[in-house]
Design a protein. Structure first.
Length: 395
C-alpha cells in the first residue's frame, strides 16, 4: 500500500498544480477559491484509501488538453503494477469523453486495448486495435498488437495477414517471422495427415527465408516419415550447413536416416561433421560409434581430446561413464568415478540447454519463438565454453 501512495503522489501533485493554475485564473476573474476536495483526496491517500482518492482526482482533473496526458500516465502506471481493473476504468473514462481530439482518443483506445490484453480479454482488445487500423490511428502499433494477439491464439493465417500489412511499414525484415508462420501451418497440416498442404507451406517458408533452418528440418523429418531416408539425409546435411548450432536437434534423425538408407559411411560422415562442428551431442554420438567399431579406448581418446578444448558437462558425463565401466579399475577407484559421475549428472540437469540470443531466456527444450521476448528463431543451443584453441583429433 505504501508503494501505491508513492505512485499516486505525482498524480496528486500534477492535479494540485493544475488546480492551482485554475484557482489563480479563477481569482483573477473574481471567482471563489479552489475545490477543497483536492485536500480530501490527499487525506484519502494518507489514510490508505486509494480507490476514493482515484475517484476524486479523476473528478478534479477534468479531461481537457492539459490533463489527458495525466490520465494516460496514471492508467499506464496501474497497468504496469498489475492493477488492470483500475487502468481499464481510467482509460474507459477517457474514451467516453466527447471533447478529445481524434489523435488523443486514439491513444486512449490503444492504452485500453493494452489493458484488455493484460487482463486476458483478447477479443475486446482485438476489436479496439482493428478500429484503430480502420481509423488509420496508431496503425503500426495497432498492427503489432494484433499480431501479438494472433500469436497467442496460434492463428497463423491471421499472423501472416498482419505481417504482410506490416511489411511496408517497418524497416525490420519480416522474412523470419513469415517463414515460421508457414512452418507452424506445415506442422499443423502434418498432424492432420495433410502432406500436400504441409509441403506447400514448407515451400512458402523456404521462399520467405531461403536460409531458414526450421523448414529444412521439417522437410527432413517428413521425408523420413514418408519412407525416403536418402532425401532425409540430404535435407539434414543442409540443416548442418545452414545452422551448425542445430546439429544436436537433427542428429538422432540423421543417424536413423543413414541406417535406413543402408549407408556404410556413417562413421566417416560423423567424423567429418565432428571436425567441422565439434558439438557435444555429435562428439558423444561419434564416441558411441567408435566404442562399437574400435573399442572404448578410442572413444575415451576422442572425449578426452574434446574436453581438452571445451568445458562441456555432457562430454564429461560420457567420459566418466566409460571410465567407470573399466573392469581393470579397482572398486575404490570405480566408487570415486561414480561419485564424480553423479555430481556431473546433477550439474548437467540444472544446466540450460538452450538460450535466447535476444533476451537471454534459458530453457531445457527448443522453442522456435522465445517465450520471454517473443522473438522468432533466436533460441539456440548453448555452446560449451572453449578452453584451448587446437583441433580435435579423431583417432
Amino acid at each position: 500500500m505504501i508503494e501505491l501512495l508513492f505512485l499516486l503522489l505525482p498524480i496528486a501533485a500534477a492535479s494540485g498544480w493544475w488546480l492551482s493554475r485554475r484557482d489563480l485564473r479563477a481569482k483573477c476573474d473574481g471567482v471563489g477559491p479552489a475545490n477543497p476536495d483536492f485536500l480530501r483526496g490527499l487525506n484519502y491517500l494518507l489514510e490508505e484509501q486509494p480507490d476514493k482518492a482515484i475517484d476524486l482526482f479523476l473528478k478534479l482533473a477534468e479531461v481537457n488538453g492539459e490533463t489527458v496526458e495525466t490520465h494516460l500516465a496514471l492508467g499506464s502506471l496501474f497497468r504496469r503494477r498489475g492493477e488492470v481493473d483500475r487502468a481499464i476504468r481510467i482509460h474507459q473514462n477517457l474514451v467516453e469523453r466527447k471533447n478529445l481530439s481524434a489523435e488523443r482518443r486514439g491513444y486512449a483506445l490503444f492504452e485500453l486495448g493494452q489493458d484488455y490484453m493484460c487482463a486476458g480479454l483478447l477479443d475486446r482488445a482485438e476489436v479496439l486495435f482493428q478500429e484503430l487500423v480502420e481509423l488509420d490511428l496508431h496503425r503500426k502499433r495497432a498492427l503489432h498488437a494484433l499480431r501479438d494477439i494472433y500469436q497467442r491464439e496460434r492463428d497463423w493465417v491471421k499472423c501472416l495477414e498482419v505481417a504482410e500489412r506490416l511489411r511496408p511499414m517497418t524497416e525490420q525484415s519480416m522474412a523470419v517471422e513469415i517463414a515460421h508462420y508457414h512452418c507452424e501451418l506445415a506442422e499443423d497440416a502434418r498432424r492432420k495427415q495433410d502432406s500436400e498442404t504441409a509441403q506447400r507451406q514448407l515451400m512458402l517458408a523456404q521462399e520467405a527465408d531461403p536460409n531458414g533452418v526450421r523448414a529444412a528440418m521439417l522437410e527432413g523429418y517428413a521425408a523420413l516419415d514418408d519412407g525416403d531416408p536418402q532425401r532425409a539425409v540430404v535435407l539434414f546435411l543442409r540443416v548442418v550447413d545452414r545452422g551448425s548450432a542445430y546439429v544436436a536437434e537433427i542428429l538422432p534423425s540423421l543417424i536413423d536416416a543413414l541406417r535406413q538408407a543402408g549407408r556404410d559411411d556413417t562413421p566417416a560422415l560423423l567424423e567429418n561433421l565432428a571436425r567441422r562442428h565439434p558439438t557435444a551431442p555429435l562428439i558423444v554420438s561419434l564416441a558411441a560409434v567408435l566404442e562399437q567399431t574400435r573399442g572404448a579406448e578410442a572413444a575415451l581418446d576422442l572425449l578426452t581430446e574434446y574436453l581438452s578444448r571445451y568445458a562441456d558437462l555432457s562430454g564429461l558425463e560420457r567420459q566418466l561413464e566409460l571410465l567407470a565401466q573399466e573392469t581393470r579399475s579397482d572398486e575404490n577407484h570405480r566408487h570415486r568415478l561414480r561419485t564424480a559421475l553423479e555430481v556431473t549428472r546433477h550439474l548437467l540437469a540444472r544446466h540450460p540447454v538452450y538460450q535466447c540470443e535476444q533476451c537471454g531466456f534459458q530453457a531445457r527444450s527448443l522453442h522456435w519463438q522465445c517465450p520471454s521476448c517473443k522473438s522468432w528463431g533466436t533460441v539456440v543451443p548453448v555452446q560449451p565454453e572453449p578452453i584451448a584453441a587446437h583441433e580435435t583429433r579423431i583417432p
